[in-house]
Design a protein around this ligand. Structure first.
Ligand SMILES: [Zn+2]
Length: 241
């Protein structure tokens, strides 16, 4: 269900200044992610998994943010329907039960540790692709409680959706557990987030506020800016450019 055929991506959105950088991010992805999360997304370098309809399910973040902070959680579950369903499992005590089984079931414990190693390897690859450089602060540290515990099912599900079945056994199990509310075969996007108006936006490089304006309106705004932000709107949106 992942879509990583980067060279098949459309290149029909010249207004988007973000380069095609081999991460699989498509034209509307960042807007959709911002709507799904209800806040502007930052430092997203890829899409880990997609709905059958093409919408993002998982945001991929580089191991170091652009502000320099180390970021161990590579795979962030963005889809509200999946997030809410996983929260139900957590509320039902599934994490406690899984953690207990890790202490009793050697095969499961080995699988969980292998998932941890796979997570670290995938994160290193993401960092390499994103040009992050070494992040010694989080060397050997994955997420979600791996390798020996289960502290966040959202992390395990985000990893399992991105890696595909068979890599993160407890993530796979959680995905099976949310089948009453979400399955990979069916789109659950309709009405799952607000699609009206502008997406939450803070990425000032994308000129989102200039889209839809006429040439005259754009020139008026430019003129106001040249006059020193003393335009008819008081220059309050000066920073938008
Ligand atoms: Zn969908």
């Amino acid at each position: 269900m992942t879509a990583r055929h980067l060279h098949d991506e459309p290149h029909d959105e010249p207004q988007d200044a973000r380069p095609e950088d081999g991460t699989g991010i498509r034209g509307e992805d960042l807007d959709v992610l911002s709507r799904q999360l209800g806040r502007p997304v930052r430092d997203v370098v890829g899409i880990g998994a997609r709905c059958v309809c093409g919408n993002p399910l998982v945001a991929v973040t580089a191991p170091r943010l652009s502000n320099g902070i180390p970021f161990p959680t590579t795979y962030y579950l963005s889809h509200p329907v999946i997030g809410a369903a996983v929260s139900r499992l957590e509320a039902d005590g599934v994490m406690t039960a899984m953690s207990a089984r890790l202490g009793e079931d050697d095969e499961l414990a080995r699988g969980h540790r292998r998932a941890h190693e796979a997570y670290l390897a995938a994160r290193a690859a993401v960092g390499e692709r994103a040009g992050t450089g070494p992040v010694p602060e989080i060397d050997g540290v994955s997420a979600g409680g791996m390798p020996t515990r289960v502290k966040c099912l959202h992390v395990l599900v985000g990893h399992a959706l991105s890696a595909g079945p068979g890599v993160n056994p407890l993530g796979d199990e959680a995905i099976a557990g949310i089948a009453p509310w979400w399955t990979a075969e069916r789109c659950s996007c309709d009405g799952a987030w607000d699609t009206a108006g502008c997406a939450p936006a803070a990425d000032l490089s994308r000129h989102t506020r200039t889209q839809g304006l006429s040439a005259e309106e754009l020139e008026a705004k430019r003129a106001a800016r040249r006059r020193g932000a003393a335009g008819p709107d008081g220059g309050s949106d000066e920073k938008e450019y």
